[in-house]
Design a protein around this ligand. Structure first.
Ligand code: C2E
Ligand code: CA
Ligand code: CA
Length: 694
């Protein structure tokens, strides 16, 4: 291959690449639809497919006039380059969609030493492209990882070394990196980072899809190879088709194929024909194995589990892996009796513990059964079996449960909401609102507490009490990460808005789950770095009970956070069975006085002893104090008299939308309701208050 500059070879493949890309987009679109069981909508891809073919034929004809065109192309280089940029970004967006990823990046090597690198990325904050002379340390690390990985892409995790560098600079938790290899030389590397919805991390399925995809990216990027690449597209289609229907780890049919088979079985149901039924299995304690002994052990366990499942069912039944530790079986006949028998055989098959990596693990499935009937869709039948499984899982004494519409109505609603929650994160329905934390002395807003909301398309704005209890650990972790990121992003905007010496803090609630996460400190550090927020402005709120759950571990996390410069508050202080005696040993900055205690401050003669005791305790330990749920003027007066510096509650404001907060801060308003808004005191007075409050 001639050695030509990257800009030139990229420019010269402008048109073919756009055609290639749209063809890939169409094929991948088809695969994604098939994966999600939306075969009917494939028809919509026909017009763009036809258009692609027509465009391609035009291009072949055009190629004959290549020599004349070369001259023209040279003069049009600038415009084609920008078209190419669009094409590359389109490619990156496809990569993100394929992997449900927040981020994708392509690092392209120069073909001549004096040419620049080309680095394109696509993420939640938009597309970027730059052409540095030298790759940054983190980009060099990407190329190094890709070079070492060779033809197989690799999952990048951890805080140390090249992986740590790659992730930290981009603010990613994990990523897949793969080499983009040309025929004669390496072309660069592709990065896909931060899985958003499907699971907390990337898995072997992602690696398989990535390998196929990056292989094709190489072909598309290679100059003059488009003709061949179109031929390979047919092969690629076959390959992706198989991947689209089977689970790469266990070889079992996947959710797409399973759902289609259930739909076919239901289609045939008549008055006298056998009804199909579905078993839904979830492996109890699988997550513990995975988290404690690593993904390799988890994967091996899943392979063994799949084998046992295969052997436990009849040859006419169809076992499948739906994802994670969820399996299902379709029985096309035999009704309820056959389904119960199958469930029993499967339960027996899991009685013997598994041996993996020289260890034994007792892992048992919770099984839900749903029997089909006319008019029920495949999705409904699966959902019913899932709801029954959920009920079995919730009851320690029950291993197999049968779906019954009435008894499971409430469970069903909860389960449906829990399942919707995954999509909600992807659709950005999880929002953060902000309640002002106000100086009880001056009325100046000192900080905001971030409170999560679900902007549900049907139920409207939902409070955390309506959906946090149904979220599983993975979802809680994802919600927490979103809240931290959003809170830091808004706080940094506020910082710009108020300017000068004024400091507006941001307070974020951490769940017990987040406190046990290995990613917590790194996630918070990345969020702070990405938004350039002063760590001193961030306070995390944790409840007593979540500290007590994993005391040593939690205390270590609190220390790590404080080392970052982040402050730590105890939320709802005094409502848990706190080991008050040990409070002095906890790495803490603030106590939050819960609303029920503030509620007692009803009038001037109220019993103030409890609140007074907490404030004295805080004072003696050198901690700040915030009173929550301040609704009435008399409460604010008493709190002020008792020496409480900060308060929040409906007396001042409820949780507010982020844009509104920005306007509020720009206006410089203070919140001493109910007498209406007062204007901000002079800067000197404000600084005095801050000192007193701190
Ligand atoms: P919390 O941390 O104690 O938050 C205070 C709750 O009291 C908020 O309810 C707030 O809207 C409400 N509130 C504030 N002022 C008043 C008042 O004057 N009167 C009354 N009656 N209520 C007031 P919200 O937003 O429904 O949150 C409920 C709980 O959900 C929070 O209690 C917190 O434990 C949890 N939560 C909220 N957001 C998050 C989050 O992002 N992550 C985690 N892990 N938990 C969160
Ligand atoms: Ca709180
Ligand atoms: Ca609270």
């Amino acid at each position: 291959m001639d050695r030509i500059s990257p800009v030139r070879w990229l420019s010269s493949l402008g048109a073919p690449m756009v055609v290639g890309m749209s063809t890939i987009a169409i094929v991948l679109g088809a695969v994604v639809m098939l994966r999600h069981g939306r075969a009917v909508e494939l028809a919509f891809l026909f017009p763009p497919g036809l258009a692609s073919v027509l465009v391609w034929r035009g291009y072949v004809k055009e190629r004959r006039q290549r020599e004349q065109l070369d001259l023209l192309l040279a003069s049009l280089r600038e415009t084609t380059t920008s078209q190419l940029e669009m094409a590359i970004h389109q490619l990156l967006r496809i990569a993100r969609r394929l992997h449900h990823a927040e981020y994708a990046e392509l690092v392209i090597l120069p073909s001549e030493p004096e040419e620049p690198f080309l680095i394109c990325s696509s993420g939640l904050r938009g597309d970027t492209l730059h052409r540095p002379e030298k790759p940054s340390e983190a980009d060099a690390a990407v190329l190094e990882i890709a070079r070492r990985a060779g033809p197989t892409p690799t999952i990048v995790e951890g805080e140390r070394g090249a992986p740590g560098l790659v992730l930290a600079e981009r603010g990613l938790r994990d990523a897949i990196v793969g080499a983009v290899a040309g025929d004669e030389r390496p072309l660069g590397a592709l990065v896909v980072g931060d899985c958003m919805s499907d699971g907390a991390t990337f898995d072997s399925d992602d690696l398989a899809v990535f390998a196929t995809f990056v292989g094709h990216v190489s072909v598309v990027l290679e100059n003059g190879r488009l003709g061949q690449s179109l031929e390979q597209l047919a092969e690629l289609k076959e390959q992706l088709r198989h991947q689209a229907f089977h689970d790469s780890l266990t070889g079992l049919p996947n959710r797409v194929l399973f759902t289609e088979s259930v739909a076919r079985a239901l289609d045939g149901v008549g008055p006298d024909t056998p009804v199909p039924s579905v078993l839904f299995l979830d492996l109890d304690d699988f997550k513990v194995v995975n988290d404690t002994w690593g993904h390799a052990a988890g994967d091996e366990l899943l392979v063994h589990a799949a084998d046992r499942l295969r052997r436990a069912v009849r040859s006419s039944d169809m076992p499948a892996r739906l994802g994670g530790d969820e399996f299902a079986v379709l029985l096309t006949e035999g009704g309820m009796g056959a389904a119960r028998d199958a469930a029993e055989r499967i339960a027996d098959a899991f009685d013997t513990p598994f041996s993996v990596h020289d260890r034994t693990f007792a892992v048992r499935p919770s099984i839900g059964i749903a029997v089909g009937q006319r008019g029920v869709t495949a999705e409904q039948l699966l959902r019913n079996a899932d709801v029954a499984m959920y009920a079995a899982k919730a009851d320690e004494d029950v291993q197999v449960a049968l779906y019954e519409a009435e008894t499971h109505a409430a469970a069903r609603r909860r389960r449906e909401l829990a399942l919707e929650l995954d999509g909600a994160l992807g659709r950005f329905e999880i929002e953060v609102h902000f309640q002002p934390v106000v100086s009880l002395v001056s009325g100046v807003i000192e900080a905001f507490e971030a409170l999560v909301r679900w902007a549900h398309p049907v139920h409207g704005l939902m409070s955390p009490g309506d959906f946090l209890p149904i979220a599983d650990n993975r979802q809680m972790a994802a919600i927490g990460k979103r809240v931290v990121a959003e809170a830091c992003r808004h706080a940094s905007l506020w910082h710009e808005a108020v300017g000068g010496t004024r400091r507006v803090g941001i307070w974020v609630n951490l769940s017990a789950i987040e406190l046990t996460s290995d990613h917590l400190v790194q996630d918070i550090r990345s969020a702070l770095e990405r938004t350039r927020l002063d760590p001193g402005l961030l306070t995390v709120e944790i409840t007593e009970s979540s500290v007590i759950k994993g005391e040593e571990f939690a205390i270590r996390k609190m220390r790590d956070l404080r080392e970052l410069g982040v402050r730590v508050a105890i939320d709802d202080f005094g409502t848990g069975y706190s080991s008050l005696s040990r409070l002095g040993e906890f790495p803490l900055d603030v106590l939050k006085i819960p609303q029920p205690f503030v509620d007692r401050l009803v009038d001037a003669d109220a019993d103030v002893s409890l609140v007074d005791a907490i404030l004295r305790l805080a004072g003696s330990l050198g901690l700040g104090a915030v009173a929550e749920g301040v609704e009435r003027e008399v409460q604010a007066d008493l709190l002020r008299e008792l020496g409480c510096g900060l308060g929040q509650g409906y007396l001042y404001a409820p949780a507010l939308d982020g844009d509104f907060v920005l306007r509020l801060l720009r206006s410089g308003i203070t919140l001493p309701a109910p007498h209406g808004f007062r204007s901000a005191p002079p800067v000197g007075a404000q600084a005095r208050d801050e000192r007193r409050v701190a």
